[in-house]
Structures are given as C-alpha cells and as structure tokens.
Design a protein around this ligand. Structure first.
Ligand code: CTP
Ligand code: MG
Length: 234
C-alpha cells in the first residue's frame, strides 16, 4: 500500500533484551526461522512498508558491529538509520531509541524485535489511528475465559471477557506525546511493561487497533516451532 499522507514516520524496534526465557546460548533475536534471523524478519516488515521513513534499531551494546555486518548490510536494509545501545529494562531501551529519531518525526511506532509476524495492515492501521487520536495500541480480543486468582492459585472471580484484550505491538504515538510521557516516567522512576501505560497514567485516551493472533512474541522454545510454521505461511 502506498503512503497517502505527508508525515514523517519512524519506528523504534527494540531488540536489546537478554532472551532469558528462551534458555538458549544464542540471543533469540538472532535465532533463525526459515533460515533468516528473527530480527531480520521483523526489520523486513517495516523496510517493505511505504509508510515507514526510518527504522531505529535498539540492540545490546556488544552486538552493534555484529548487527551492522550480519543484519543491516547482509540484508541491505536501507531504512535503518541508527543502531542504538539498549538499557537493562525494555522501557530504557525504548527511551534510548526515541531520543535518536529524526528531528522531523511526527509519528513513532514502537515494536518488539521479537514479533516478526506483524502484518502491513496492522502497521498502517496503527499509524492512521495514532494520527487521528494521538495514540494507538495493536491488540487482539482474548479467546480464553480469564479468571483472577487470590491466595495459592485458588479462583477468586471470572472476569467479563467482552472487554478484555491481549496487548501486542506496534504501539504508535504522536512523537511529542510519547516523548513527554517517557521523560516523566524516567524522572518519577515509574516502571512499566509497555509504553501505553505511560500515557494511560497521564489520562490520554489510547485507541485499540485490532491485530492478528499470529503476531506472536517469540519468548520460549515452543514459540520457535510455531514461528517456523508461521514463517512458512507468510
Ligand atoms: N527488550 C529490550 N531491552 C530490554 C528488554 C527487552 O530492547 N532491556 C526488547 C526485547 O529484545 C524484545 C522486546 O523488548 O524484542 C520484548 O521483550 P521480551 O520478549 O521480554 O524479550 P527479552 O527481555 O529479551 O526476553 P526475556 O524477558 O525472556 O529475557
Ligand atoms: Mg523481557
């Protein structure tokens, strides 16, 4: 799909985690699915999307030269403008990436490097929603019945599934809005597991964009087997 409006759009891809739950010698970002590293699949999705003007890749400091050679050069990714060193928490990695985006950036997407199956439609829908509402979050309605527990895993209550969503990435924002939220969180030592929360606490309304169930985050070993199947379908 061709870009239809005149805004500068950046994506910060965070790939500076340790991948501890994968329990593997090589970082999950570099594990190959269908012969191609996870992170290269992920970058490819944004490289191929005409709405994206630049990609900021956040990785472990020690991987910068490896990544330049074996990912950026090897796959000829032209939109990757900067490789940035991450921090010890995802939130710090995102903040480091946000500080490096182009000065003209209007809209920024934040995406997990470990989600290689994001669809172009999802990227574009999130951009349109963020340009209209200021902030958007890709998510899918939960399929399972969800219960809340209290002491020692006994059921306390069953939640009403109709309003429950599993949150994914990309999460997409007007740049000035998310930058301000990250600065405040950092000053106030507020830690969170995603970026939307940083705006929720400031009272900003965030639009949910319905994504797809195959936009999985590769986290544990079982996910690699699923990923091989998904990569074959994509
Ligand atoms: N991430 C990051 N910097 C961190 C932690 C996480 O850039 N300090 C990135 C990961 O590389 C990943 C995304 O955030 O692409 C989502 O995190 P997660 O799936 O938890 O990955 P890891 O933190 O690497 O895995 P684990 O929690 O199992 O160690
Ligand atoms: Mg983690």
């Amino acid at each position: 799909m061709k870009k239809t409006f005149n805004m500068y759009i950046s994506v910060v891809i965070v790939a500076a985690g340790k991948g501890a739950r994968m329990n593997s010698d090589i970082n999950k970002q570099y594990t190959k699915i269908n012969g191609k590293p996870v992170i290269a699949h992920t970058i490819q999705k944004f490289e191929d999307c005409s709405f994206i003007d630049e990609i900021i890749l956040v990785i472990n400091r020690d991987d910068i030269s490896f990544c330049n050679k074996n990912i950026i050069a090897a796959f000829s990714f032209n939109k990757v403008k900067t490789l940035v060193a991450g921090g010890d928490k995802r939130q710090v990695s995102v903040f480091n990436g946000l500080r490096e985006v182009n000065g003209n950036c209007d809209i920024v997407l934040i995406h997990d490097g470990a989600r290689p199956f994001v669809k172009e439609k999802c990227i574009i829908d999130s951009i349109y929603a963020a340009s209209e509402f200021g902030a958007s979050c890709v998510a899918v309605p939960v399929k399972d019945t969800i219960k809340k527990s209290h002491r020692q895993n006994f059921i306390k209550e069953t939640l009403d599934r109709s309003g429950l969503w599993s949150i994914q990435t990309p999460q997409t924002f007007r740049y000035s809005l998310i930058m301000e939220a990250h600065k405040k969180a950092s000053q106030q030592n507020f830690a969170a597991t995603d970026d939307a929360i940083l705006l929720e606490r400031l009272g900003v309304d965030i639009k949910l964009v319905e994504g797809t169930y195959d936009n999985i985050k590769i986290t544990t070993r079982e996910d690699l087997a699923i990923a091989e199947v998904l990569a074959g379908n994509n």
